[in-house]
Design a protein around this ligand. Sequence first.
Ligand SMILES: Cc1cc2nc3c(=O)[nH]c(=O)nc-3n(C[C@H](O)[C@H](O)[C@H](O)COP(=O)(O)OP(=O)(O)OC[C@H]3O[C@@H](n4cnc5c(N)ncnc54)[C@H](O)[C@@H]3O)c2cc1C
Length: 439
Amino acid sequence: MRGNVIIIGGGFGGLSAGALLSKSGIPVTLFESDTVLGGRAKCIEKEGYIVDLGLHANRFGDDGPAARVLKMVGQAITFAHKKDRTSYVYQDGKLIKRPNAIEDFLQTELVPEESRQALLQTVFAMVAEDPADWYEKALLQFVEQHTQDEHVKRFFRLLGFTIIAPDIETASAGEVISFIKNAQMAKEPLAEPVGGAKQIIDKLESVIRSTGGEIKTGTRVERIELQDGKAIGVTAGGRLYTASAIVFTPPIQHLFQFIKKDYFSPDFVSYAENLEPTSGVSIDFGLRKPVADMEGNIICLDPVVLGSFPSNYDSTLAPAGKQLSTWLMVVPYAEAKKGPTLKNALDSLRDFIRNLYPTFFDNVEWERPLAYLILDGVHLKVGQTRKDRHSIQSPHVRNLFFVGDTAQGDGCSGDIAFDSATKAAPMIQDYLATARNQL
Ligand SMILES: Cc1cc2nc3c(=O)[nH]c(=O)nc-3n(C[C@H](O)[C@H](O)[C@H](O)COP(=O)(O)OP(=O)(O)OC[C@H]3O[C@@H](n4cnc5c(N)ncnc54)[C@H](O)[C@@H]3O)c2cc1C
């Protein structure tokens, strides 16, 4: 009998791990406390709109980590291809085109003409670097090695924002370099699934179910149970479910709600409790008539805002003649921890939108404001990069595996969840095979 696996959590990470394991013939049971799958990427249907949790950008399209997981389980993502990928940066009171390709850097109005050569040289220098040499150095350090031009430094905050780390004083240069290199190689740097993240979630769910895996939604895991230093299963709804291995996918900051700290080293406990996430607020809007026709995004660095009108490139997301718009404001975690800051950020975000589109709020049918202390599980600053984070297989409890956007996967945000699942699946298979041979 092959060992069975319990997966805690039905977000990108848990569903990916579940689909990969189930497809390879390993019996899985996935527990999700919510009644709906998707976790921080869950989607709702509301008055004819399909609404992701805020804007859910899918990086590198068919070459990205989400598409890779789906390919591994025999599926493909159907993308909504944009006709016009122009995105805009709101800077100095106006919307300025964001350069799409390196050639565009020599014309970009985001820096004055006299700074463009320095910008181009610094970007060229960046793509020639090996990310591994730069993970533990800040983006600002990289830029200052090439130029002291303040306009170029400001531009590099935009590159930091690609990994949700516009604070170039602390953002890891290696993580940004890795992102830029992947974006250069991808046919499409950003390509969204038709119907939003739900397409990915539904496909992963169907793979698990069709290969004999079990999904228990609305079932909260209360504890991970251990015996002689090994996880033996979980307690959920007052009942013990046993397993040969357990995959934990909520952010690692929540681990000790499930398992006693005593099983781990003090260094690991301190690391897991103090790993800094990104924080922020989002507002999704149903608009009774279109307010803007752009298919790209709007980015602002001061305040840090990302906006989009997703129904412009994917008409399935809003009823005919109406428009879906979604906005995100990133708030430093240290600030967000003080509760009122997040509420104030929602007001600032509304003011930002009103300033940009004075008639926007005349057209709002409904809005959904949300605040998150954990937006991305990890802020990709120096000391928290892929090489610094906890290993996928716990060194303390050998049959406990960590998957999700705080684990040791590549990329940023949801990409880490997908990538860590692809790394975890063979490790779990090896562990189960070895454990079986030892019997
Ligand atoms: C507003 C917003 C916008 C974002 N935008 C982007 C973006 O543009 N691009 C991008 O790549 N990423 C984005 N992200 C981040 C992305 O959503 C996450 O990185 C990703 O969804 C994390 O997946 P995960 O599986 O690691 O964790 P989660 O999605 O958090 O999954 C963990 C799951 O565990 C479940 N769980 C927790 N406790 C229990 C329990 N006791 N028992 C059972 N189940 C439990 C949770 O309900 C959850 O479903 C955004 C996030 C937010 C909030």
